[in-house]
Ligand binder design. Structure first.
Ligand code: GLA
Length: 376
């Protein structure tokens, strides 16, 4: 029986958090780390799922009789993908799928979407199904929303399937238009460090859904279909000032200004061209990152103590700027640091954590990498 190995990456997001489900702007890049799906066709029509991270469990399902709620835990993500493909009228053949990940789970680097997308690519290929990548991202998102039950947006699956090596991707979540902008920090002596704060989050938890509902309420009160597109027309979030409710006003301001920052960073990166532009450009990008963090902390209120301390300590130790990434309430911080200070900054952060009695942070080198692909 034929075996194929597929890979899909995690992502880090330079800017635009909680803007995706508001039809706004995001600027992720794909990581080198991700999920591998080794899939072998089966003649009995069954889907047999195993994960290296959960070694004692084998989950066997019949793709034709899947329904939301019928599979829980990690296997809900790959099973959900088979379900979404089936719901779109695409016949998924039986397969044994073994997954393995080198992404920390719950760390804000999109391990769920990497799992969905690696399995989606493998199942489509084994089944002879051809789906354009933008549509496949939408199906993987549907799996997460409807099968797993997490009301997330489209950034993670889009990053896993559409990003390009050496680039960040500006995605307009309303039109799904993408613009690849060069992101080659190493050529300018800069490192992007992803710092796992070791506080894990769960997106199915209520806060994410609560923020989503507040954004919808703010849009309704402003008389617009969604907040995100205002980043283009009202980058200073002046409209948000019309909201009487102070909480909704802050939420709207975050969504609009974060989208504007995503576009501003994309513009600055375009200028870096070959990656060798001046240090001021990178410093300016760093300042925007830190502004984004303040907005997530104060206006959107999704940051957490370890992230705030990490951002402050990274900057105090010579970083150009830093922000939390992902949905919040746990996960990772992204910092832009001069490469020659990286070792020192790592040491300072570890010391800072240990002196507070926290678990030491873990560091991921964040190298802008290609989207999902076949390995063999
Ligand atoms: C999670 C979700 C994404 C996005 C981010 C916040 O990662 O999966 O859709 O909303 O949070 O930017």
């Amino acid at each position: 029986m034929e075996t194929q190995v597929w890979f899909a990456p995690g992502r880090a997001n330079l800017m635009g958090e909680h803007t995706d489900y508001n039809e706004g702007f995001v600027l992720p890049f794909a990581l080198a780390q991700g999920v591998t799906a080794t899939a072998t066709a089966r003649d009995d029509g069954l889907l047999v799922l195993r994960s290296k991270q959960v070694p004692d469990e084998t989950v066997t399902v019949n793709p034709g009789s899947l329904a939301p709620g019928s599979v829980t835990g990690w296997a809900a993500y790959p099973a959900g993908v088979a379900w979404a493909l089936g719901a779109a009228g695409l016949a998924v053949r039986g397969a044994s799928v073994d997954v393995d990940s080198n992404l920390p789970a719950g760390a804000g680097v999109s391990s769920s979407a990497a799992l969905e997308c690696a399995v989606a690519l493998a199942l489509c290929s084994l089944s002879g199904i051809s789906v354009p990548r933008t549509a496949l991202a939408a199906l993987a998102k549907q799996a997460e929303n409807e099968f797993v039950g997490a009301p997330t947006g489209i950034i993670d699956q889009s990053a896993a399937l559409l990003c390009q090596q050496g680039h960040a991707m500006l995605l307009d979540c309303q039109t799904l238009e993408t613009t690849q902008v060069p992101l080659r920090p190493a050529a300018a002596g800069i490192s992007i460090l992803v710092i796992d704060t070791r506080v894990t989050h769960a997106l199915v938890s209520g806060e994410y859904a609560a923020r989503r509902a507040e954004c919808e309420a703010a849009a309704l009160a402003l008389g617009v279909p969604s907040l995100g597109p205002l980043a283009r027309t009202d980058p200073d979030a002046a409209l948000a000032g019309r909201l009487a409710d102070p909480v909704l006003r802050r939420r709207a301001r975050h969504v609009v200004t974060d989208g504007a920052r995503a576009m501003a960073i994309a513009g600055a990166l375009q200028d870096t061209g070959d990656g060798r532009s001046g240090d001021e450009t990178w410093r300016a990008i760093g300042s925007l990152l830190t502004e984004g963090h303040a907005s997530l902390r104060d206006d959107f209120e999704v940051s957490w103590r370890e992230a705030d301390v990490t951002v402050e300590a990274a900057i105090a130790a010579g970083g150009y700027g830093a922000k939390m990434i992902g949905g919040g309430f746990g996960g990772s911080v992204l910092a832009l640091v001069p490469a020659d200070r990286e070792g020192e900054i790592r040491a300072v952060l570890t010391e800072t954590y240990l002196s507070r009695g926290w678990l030491p942070p873990e560091f991921l080198d964040a190298v802008p990498s290609p989207a999902g692909r076949r390995l063999s």
